[in-house]
Write a protein that binds this ligand. Structure first.
Ligand code: MLC
Ligand code: AMP
Length: 505
């Protein structure tokens, strides 16, 4: 029966002597070497007791070794569950409990923090560092460099990526082999990836963008990646001359444009710049073209669906739009009752296709709320299709902040702020930010007679909440604006504080 995802992305490269990864120190990893490590990791995961369908949670720094863990999971049929390295042990505990992960891999630096958490969940904790050392690598070193690939069906699960909800806790989006493979196949064609491509990879590999969009596309095309541990302008300026393509969130592009070393000469040879995960301001699109002569290709996706739409490779890449549905993916705009709206009207974006996930892990009610019986997924994004069929994202029907490409759900922060000493209630909103696109602020109302110590309140978030979710400012108001139904009018707060981070504010 084979293992479609493994066979197509990885297995066929087992004897490929070509370079897969270029590392910042000048060294390289060939496809064949990468797949030998993959096989050893797959063997080690089996030895730790994981079998097909079991979950592996990983919270490790980006490195070739971290990417090989993903490949090993695919080869062994294990469900890969990557976690943001910024999450605190409190946050990680929920993911282990909810997914039932039997094994957790972390860096040495996180071992002390996660030991109690994994013990409490009955999971095994092992370490893998970005230099390839750790207890997991010791185990893997004793494994053969070949592993018998575990047969999988296209509909079997390949990965869980957790995504938060407007109420309640995070939901594990179940992604199948077919979801990932079909999207990679579509993107290779649409974006013309070939074995000659060198992708400059500066995104994290715990989210859809860096893990699936960038890596799967390169693997399928047989190209290579300049694999950077993280984004910095200096590193991009140094490595752009050897690359052919770049994928980034809008913050990558605004930071590059703010640096005088980012010139037309530096990128004249580049064939493609892709942006996504957050809205790219039309102004950035225009500035980019004026500086480089190239137009950024903006596309639209999400954890549950991989990529849905893209501006065209040939043809006009239109600023402020996310282009057309990808081949095989349908997009429609609907009203609150799910009825399709005529072209030009604003409504909820719904998508259907082989890219759309299977549902939320052990949450049938949440799945039923967002995934219709006919296969359309209700994205929570608001959009409009223009007369030339380009999709515009005009807002969100979900209470979500996207900061530098990371999703932040206000409810999670409000619950913690409401518990802080002296706080009667709170509202968390996103406001425009020149670097991150949007950033988080918290508006607090004090209990009668209480004086709020906002520094102490911010400090109290440290243990429970990843740093990137912390409000950049806390503001105290006598009361929150409410409508006649008693609902907090967050739009008024967003409007009141919209200039808080603008230049000169
Ligand atoms: C870092 N920090 C952030 C932040 N990133 N704060 C808010 N929002 C962010 N995105 C904070 C850190 O906590 C730290 O705080 C300080 O900023 C500096 O940290 P850093 O690690 O040096 O940050 P930096 O390298 O500058 O990171 C910025 C960034 C990074 C934009 C390069 O956030 C990034 O790589 N974002 C990409 C996210 C991504 O891949 N999204 C794809 C999701 S998939 P302090 O106070 O401690 O100094 C998806 C689907 C789709 O959405 O369509 O693709
Ligand atoms: P995530 O849940 O992290 O996968 O984030 C998905 C969300 O990011 C989508 O629902 C959109 O709100 C947003 N998003 C992704 N790409 C774009 C884009 N090009 N423009 C605007 N928003 C985007």
């Amino acid at each position: 029966m084979g293992n479609p995802l493994y066979d197509t992305l990885f297995g066929r490269h087992a004897d490929n002597p070509d370079v897969f990864l270029h590392l910042p120190d000048g060294s390289t990893v060939t496809y064949a070497a990468f797949l030998r490590i993959t096989a050893q990791y797959a063997g080690a995961l089996n030895t730790l007791g994981l079998a097909a369908g079991d979950r592996l949670a990983v919270q490790i720094a980006k490195s070739p070794h971290a990417l090989a863990v993903y490949a090993a999971c695919v080869q062994a049929g294990i469900v890969f569950l990557p976690l943001n390295t910024a999450y605190t042990p409190d946050e990680v505990q929920y993911f282990i409990e909810n997914s039932g992960a039997g094994v957790v891999l972390c860096d040495d630096s996180k071992h002390a923090g996660l030991a109690d958490v994994t013990h409490a969940c009955g999971a095994h904790l092992s370490t893998l560092n970005n230099d390839g050392s750790g207890t997991f690598s010791d185990l893997a070193a004793a494994m053969p460099a070949q592993f018998e690939t575990v047969p999988r069906d296209a509909d079997d699960l390949a990965a869980f990526l957790y995504t938060s909800g407007t109420t309640g806790r995070s939901k594990g989006a179940m992604l199948t082999q077919a979801n990932l493979l079909s999207n990679a196949q579509t993107l290779v064609k649409e974006w013309r990836f070939t074995a000659a491509d060198v992708l400059l990879h500066a995104l994290p590999i715990f989210h859809t963008h860096g893990l699936f969009v960038a890596s799967n596309t390169t693997l399928l095309a047989g190209g290579s990646m300049i694999f950077l541990p993280a984004f910095t302008v200096d590193a991009l300026v140094a490595h752009l001359p050897r690359a052919t393509t770049l994928m980034g969130v809008p913050t990558f592009y605004t930071r590059l444009l703010d640096d005088p070393r980012f010139t037309k000469e530096l990128v004249d040879h580049m064939r493609l710049f892709v942006s996504g995960s957050a809205p790219l301001l039309a102004e950035t699109h225009v500035r980019f073209e004026a500086r480089t002569g190239s137009r950024i290709l903006e596309r639209y996706g999400m954890t549950e669906t991989n990529m849905n739409t893209s501006n065209p490779y040939d043809g006009e890449r239109r600023a402020g739009t996310v282009g057309f549905p990808l081949p095989g993916t349908e997009v429609k705009i609907t009203d609150s009752k799910g009825r399709e709206l005529p072209q030009g009207e604003i409504g909820e974006i719904e998508v259907r296709g082989p890219n759309v996930f299977k549902g939320y892990w052990q949450m049938p009610e949440k799945t039923a709320e967002e995934l219709r019986a006919d296969g359309f997924f209700i994205t929570g994004d608001l959009g409009q299709i223009d007369s030339d069929s380009y999709l515009h994202i005009v807002g969100r029907n979900k209470d979500l902040i996207i900061s530098g490409g990371y999703n932040i759900y206000p409810k999670e922060i409000e619950l913690l702020l409401d518990e802080a000493t002296g706080v009667l209630e709170s509202a968390v909103v996103g406001v425009p930010h020149p670097d991150f696109g949007e950033t988080v602020i918290g508006v607090l109302v004090a209990e009668t007679g209480a004086t709020l110590d906002t520094d102490a309140i911010l400090e109290s978030l440290r243990a429970s909440l990843a740093r990137f979710k912390h409000p950049q400012r806390l503001i105290t108001l006598p009361e929150l604006p409410r409508n006649t139904m008693g609902k907090v009018q967050k739009n008024l707060l967003r409007d009141q504080f919209k200039d808080m981070f603008s230049a000169g504010a």
